[in-house]
Ligand binder design. Structure first.
Ligand code: ASP
Ligand code: MG
Length: 723
């Protein structure tokens, strides 16, 4: 059973009702449907007004409302169908006139459902009109759940032939059998009651906005849809001012474990909001929305910020207060926070401004005009970065309207910070005389002085620096890193870093960690963001191995060992080049590529076959080189054999969709033999190639280009900073 509820604006006129039909009819194809409707928009207000009128004024007002309904019927029906519809509308208006004044308001939903039920019947559906006044019962002003659920189940089971049940929302009757309502906006609640009574497998609330939003879109234009939200958080938002959902709706759905899908009749394809029991395992702060509500004293309002799983670390109260103060708004009292809900009172005159500031702080990404950069790592890449910025800053300003200012630099021993900016020429000298960088001193200093929106660049080869990233995020400092260690540890650490950055609304980019400046991660993640299904990634991304193998291909002027030594001397390899030969570096890159495609790959999921046999790895580096030398003739023989076959060796990392594999993908790193048709065959030097296949693209995407180069890496970092 599906329960679909449509609000007043969704049935406001004949065109809207046709749009409702376009949604309901397909839904009724594979399932029985309960259709719950509000009164046409404005009708409940008009009827409430009528309850205060009498005599001529009353009949005039009712006539106007009657005409509106008849006009709708005239557009929806023809011939005899129209006459019958007209008759039934007139009949209902006679009942309204005869009803007790306080009961008049209960007829709006009777009217809208009568019209729509007839329309469905004319279209050939087997329908049944449910009289919610008989089925939905209140006692002491509250829903009598036992009675109501029993009545509803009985009503449905006694009409086994009906495919679509049409039920008025909002209305009920009390313990004395007198008509009553469930409160303004109560049709949502009616729908949840029907759904819970019937154990429906779907409850859809169709309205005129695309679900619950991070703020009221009429006040905050930048508000966006919340895709998933817990029952608790949705209830909190609804209670504290979000008009899109009537708060009592949540309880019956939550108790019955039915998800509420809030959808937009004007945008039927957008997926709206799902209100559900969100997984508690996701232990990270997520901000859901900000609302406001007039206090009983009309000159003030209460602003409520609602999140999920808000950790104490997030410092939400302080952040809320600071952002209001930064905007020059004075709260009336403290921020009251309990769990994931934070409240603060303000003067009503600043309500709008406060909503904007809080929304900007917690829900919008900010772009600063001057980006202050703290650079960790003053090796080749760090130096290239400083050089490019020294000579190219004009161009960056011209093209992006923003400028990058280096305000801090550290190497492994010292650091310097100067918020006025560091001149490139003097950095090396000043760094030498800078403060000691021992024991995370640089990070501590950055945390103390960094203005919001600053970016910390990790161009170091530190194995531990990434442990300080969360602290930087919490200080609202973004991070751009080319240090892939930070992203290739356990998946949960990687995910935690990403969510920490998101929670704090700061940049975290690392495009240069795979394939240097090639636009790899960006391409992969944008596919994943758009639900493209990844079929495979195949990557030749080891600069070391590519360098050696491609230089060895066909020429063999130099021995394998001497080429490796040269690569090591040029700084292409890890300190012990065997880490590369064992696939260690490629492994990190594969993990990052996979994770960017939303595959939570772990080291243990990857099957690695090192580029050389086992024995090469269990000796000292010296012995290793000697052993390589002695193998040279064997290498040459192998290589000649390959030449004869027209093949070449490539060290390939692959991630291939496989429904049988635990995470849906098989991951492997090994030497492969490729022939001339392969995109991996023609490679020179340290070139990287990545081939991505996905559902959306008819041919593989091949990204190929230089996999190393300090200037290139620096340019990739600058791109990340500016994004
Ligand atoms: N028609 C009622 C109201 O305007 C109930 C509803 O629309 O949910 O409050
Ligand atoms: Mg409503």
């Amino acid at each position: 059973m599906k329960v679909l509820k449509f609000g007043g604006s969704s049935v406001a006129d004949a065109t809207r009702i046709s749009a409702v039909m376009d949604i309901v009819c397909p839904a009724a194809e594979g399932s029985r449907v309960v259709l719950v409707l509000s009164a046409i928009s404005g009708c409940t207000d008009a009827l409430l007004e009528c309850s205060r009128l009498e005599g001529r004024a009353l009949s005039d007002a009712l006539k106007k409302l009657e005409d509106r309904h008849i006009r709708i019927a005239r557009r929806l029906f023809t011939g005899g169908d129209f006459l019958e519809a007209e008759q039934s509308i007139k009949q209902i208006f006679r009942s309204i006139e005869a009803a007790a004044p306080q009961s008049r308001v209960t007829f709006g939903e009777v009217l809208s459902t009568t019209i729509v039920e007839r329309k469905l019947r004319c279209e050939g559906y087997r329908t049944h009109w449910c009289d919610s006044r008989k089925l939905v019962r209140t006692a002491g002003g509250k829903l009598d759940e036992g009675l109501t659920y029993a009545f509803i189940s009985k009503e449905i089971s006694s009409h086994p032939d009906a495919g679509i049940f049409v039920a008025p929302g909002f209305i009920a009757s009390d313990e004395n059998g007198l008509p009553t309502t469930l409160g303004r906006g109560g049709s949502d609640y009616s729908a949840a009651i029907y759904a819970a009574a019937l154990g429906a497998d779907s409850l859809q609330i169709w309205t005129d906005v695309s679900g619950m939003m991070t703020a009221n879109p009429k006040t905050v234009a930048a508000a966006r849809t919340i895709p998933r939200i817990s029952y608790e958080a949705a209830l909190e938002l609804a209670r504290c001012g979000a008009k899109v959902l009537y708060a009592p709706t949540v309880e019956p759905a939550m108790k019955a474990g039915i998800e509420i899908n809030i959808l937009n009749t004007f945008e039927p394809k957008s997926s709206g909001t799902v209100v559900c029991a969100c997984p508690t395992s996701e232990r990270r702060t997520r901000w859901m929305g900000v609302t406001s509500l007039q206090c009983s004293d009309e000159s003030c309002c209460e602003l409520t910020l609602v999140g999920e799983g808000v950790s104490e670390r997030s410092n939400a109260s302080r952040r809320l207060l600071t952002c209001l103060q930064d905007a020059g708004l004075k709260p009336l009292g403290d921020v009251l926070g309990s769990g994931s809900v934070f409240k603060v009172r303000l003067r009503s005159s600043v309500e709008r401004e406060a909503l904007h500031s809080v929304h900007r702080e917690f829900f919008e990404e900010r772009k600063e005009n001057v980006i202050n950069v703290f650079l960790a790592g003053y090796g080749a890449v760090g130096k290239a970065l400083v050089d490019i910025l020294a000579s190219g800053s004009e161009r960056i300003i011209k093209r992006t309207g923003r400028s990058i200012r280096i305000v801090g630099v550290s190497d492994s021993k010292h650091y310097i910070i100067d918020m006025q900016g560091l001149g490139s020429a003097s950095i090396a000298a000043r760094l030498h005389e800078g403060e000691s960088a021992a024991g995370c001193a640089f990070i501590k200093a950055v945390c103390d002085v960094a203005p919001r929106g600053s970016v910390f660049v990790d161009a170091s080869d530190s194995c531990t620096l990434y442990k300080s990233y969360p602290e930087l995020f919490r200080r609202r400092v973004g991070i751009v890193t080319s240090n892939r260690r930070s992203l290739a540890t356990d998946y949960c650490d990687y995910a935690a870093l990403k969510s920490e950055a998101m929670e704090n609304g700061v940049t975290f980019r690392y495009d240069t960690t795979v394939g240097n400046a090639l636009p790899l991660l960006e391409s992969i993640s944008s596919g994943a963001n758009c639900s493209d299904e990844l079929l495979s990634i195949e990557a030749v991304v080891s600069c070391t191995l590519n360098y050696i193998i491609t230089n060895y291909d066909g020429v063999r002027a130099k021995s394998f060992a001497s080429l490796l030594k040269k690569a090591q001397d040029e700084g292409l390899t890890e300190k012990d080049p065997r880490v590369d030969l064992a696939g260690g570096d490629v492994l990190r890159k594969l993990l990052i590529l996979a994770r960017e495609a939303l595959v939570p790959l772990e080291e243990s999921d990857v099957k690695i076959t090192p580029a050389l046999p086992e024995e090469f790895f269990h000796c000292s580096l010296e012995e290793f080189y000697a052993k390589l030398q002695s193998y040279e003739s064997e290498f040459v023989r192998l290589e000649d054999e390959l030449d004869a076959m027209g093949k070449r060796r490539r060290f390939v990392a692959s991630l291939i969709a496989d429904p049988k594999a635990p995470k849906g993908y098989r991951a492997e790193i090994k030497m492969r033999l490729v022939s001339a048709e392969s995109p991996f065959y023609w490679l020179s030097g340290t070139e990287n190639v990545v081939v991505v296949r996905s559902r959306y693209s008819s041919a593989p995407m091949v990204i190929k280009g230089a996999g190393e180069g300090d200037k290139l890496a620096a340019s990739g970092i600058i791109r990340d900073i500016l994004l």
